[in-house]
Design a binder for this molecule. Structure first.
Ligand code: ADP
Ligand code: MG
Length: 346
């Protein structure tokens, strides 16, 4: 378990303020934020390359705030592999192990186990220079995992890869960390990394955590206005007109919307904000809302539409065959299933 408490740090004019979050054992956390938000600085504090001015870092209950990097039981992986170019794949993976395991046979056994598990046995005798970017990153991951760290810490590990390799390595990292139950903290500016990998999301901007929690909580019901915008969550305002233990009905500009994720803190007559993700918007059906189409464009096999619903911009991602049903400035009725609508008091 990783626990970061009230970290405070200054570098030049930049300040990291009151950084607090935690990960459970075996969880995959993604620290997400735009470039310049302080992600790498936070990474270096957790890895131990910098010391915070205030605050504490605990790993499995132990205070590691003032420990040097090599005593933290944390393995790191960067965007640019940092493998030793003069050593082959085997020696790169064995490097950290040689200090820990005295018996060369034990080292060899562990390396063979790793390459087998990571599906890179065929690379063993290769020169680092002869490897592709994706292969290098697999070797770097094997080296990071070889010492059985308590925490795997990744800083933009896929940024240098082309989209295909990025997707492949994403699956690869998720698979191995899940199977081995490794607590992982992954730093990225790419929302897709959080969407594809995260159990927990920590959203950072200008040196401050704006929102953090489970993947579902942060992506579907963010509270912070920046999080709502950055994660492209739609919201509309309305009034609660009916409330029962299992659902609420919220009237949004004259249209009753049934919401099954009603929070306990709302009452009939309250003004509330209704949230929903672009991916859950449907065309037609129950629980509908008339909107006008402002714009739409194809993005791979989706049609992304910008709609105007009750004067508010709403994004909707439809399956691409729906393209024919859309026309610029045309009217459509969208619907969102009650289980994908969330409310919060205004
Ligand atoms: P991210 O990884 O999210 O892109 P960084 O943690 O690298 O962001 O940087 C956060 C901020 O700190 C940036 O505004 C950057 O310019 C500033 N910064 C980083 N390193 C230094 C430094 N050595 N001196 C002054 N400012 C720095
Ligand atoms: Mg960075």
């Amino acid at each position: 378990m990783l626990k970061v408490k009230n970290l405070y740090y200054r570098i030049g004019n930049f300040t990291l303020k009151n950084i607090s979050f935690s990960l459970e054992r075996g969880e995959y956390g993604v620290i997400l934020g735009p470039s310049g938000s302080g992600k790498t600085t936070l990474f270096e504090l957790i890895a131990g390359f910098r010391t915070p001015l205030r605050g504490k870092i605990y790993l499995e209950g132990k205070d590691i705030t003032d420990l040097p990097p090599e005593e933290r039981d944390i393995s790191v992986l960067y965007q640019d592999y940092l493998l030793f170019p003069h050593l082959n794949v085997f020696e790169n993976i064995a490097f950290g192990l040689r200090k820990r395991l005295k018996d060369p046979k034990e080292v060899e056994k562990r390396v063979l186990f790793l390459v087998e598990e990571l599906g890179i046995r065929h690379l063993l005798g290769r020169d680092i220079k002869s490897l592709s970017g994706g292969e290098r990153q697999r070797v770097a991951l094997a080296r990071a995992l070889a010492v059985k760290p308590k925490l795997l810490l990744l800083d933009e590990p896929f940024s240098a890869l082309d989209p295909q390799n990025r997707e492949r390595l994403r699956r690869f990292v998720k698979d191995i960390t899940t199977r081995w139950g490794i607590t992982t903290l992954h730093i990225s500016h790419d929302v897709a990394d959080a969407e594809n990998l995260a159990d927990k999301v920590i959203l950072i901007r200008d040196g401050e955590i704006r929102e953090w929690g489970s993947f579902e909580r942060v992506f579907f019901t963010p509270k912070d206005p920046f999080a709502v915008e950055f994660l492209e969550v739609n919201f509309l305002d309305g009034v609660v007109v009916d409330l029962s233990p299992n659902f609420a009905v919220v009237e949004v500009c004259g249209n009753p919307l049934k919401v099954s994720n009603a929070v306990s803190s709302i009452s009939k007559g309250d003004r509330v904000r209704v949230y929903f993700r672009p991916e859950v918007v449907r065309l037609g059906g129950e629980n509908n809302l008339p909107c006008s189409v402002e714009e739409f464009f194809r993005d791979r096999f989706f049609v992304k539409a910008l709609l105007n619903c009750c004067g508010r911009e709403v994004k909707a991602y439809f399956p691409f065959e729906f393209e024919k049903k859309l026309s610029r400035k045309g009217e459509i009725a969208i619907s969102v299933p009650p289980e994908f609508l969330f409310v919060r008091p205004l």
